[in-house]
Design a protein around this ligand. Structure first.
Ligand SMILES: [Zn+2]
Length: 112
């Protein structure tokens, strides 16, 4: 599922961000257990999905607003869809290369 940012037109996956800060959480835990627990619970339930670039809200490219945004930003063409598939293939090939090198290293490793 592709998403488009309503602010900067970035297309891709949304990023999940948790609210609050790990620092405050740590301090609360160190000083007071109960507020720390409450803060942790609040953080774990109040995350949201945002644009990875500008942290703006994102909508589905298949939605009415999303299609409009795609038209405005990309002339209705999403080169992104292809690059995603290309990226997946590249990642897959790299995984194969890494596994191949690992097997080679294992086979050529001097025994004993
Ligand atoms: Zn954005």
């Amino acid at each position: 599922m592709a998403w488009i940012c309503t602010q900067c037109g970035e297309v891709g996956r949304r990023k999940y961000v948790v609210s609050g800060s790990i620092l405050i959480e740590a301090v609360l835990w160190l000083l007071f257990i109960i507020p720390g627990l409450i803060y942790t619970l609040w953080r774990s339930t109040s995350g949201r999905y945002v644009c990875p670039k500008c942290r703006g809200p994102m909508v589905r490219t298949s939605s009415r607003r999303g299609r409009k945004l795609v038209e405005e930003n990309y002339d209705g063409q999403l080169a992104f869809e292809q690059t995603t598939i290309g990226g997946a293939i590249t990642r897959f090939l790299w995984t194969l290369v890494v596994i191949g090198v690992a097997i080679l290293a294992f086979l050529l490793w001097p025994a004993g």
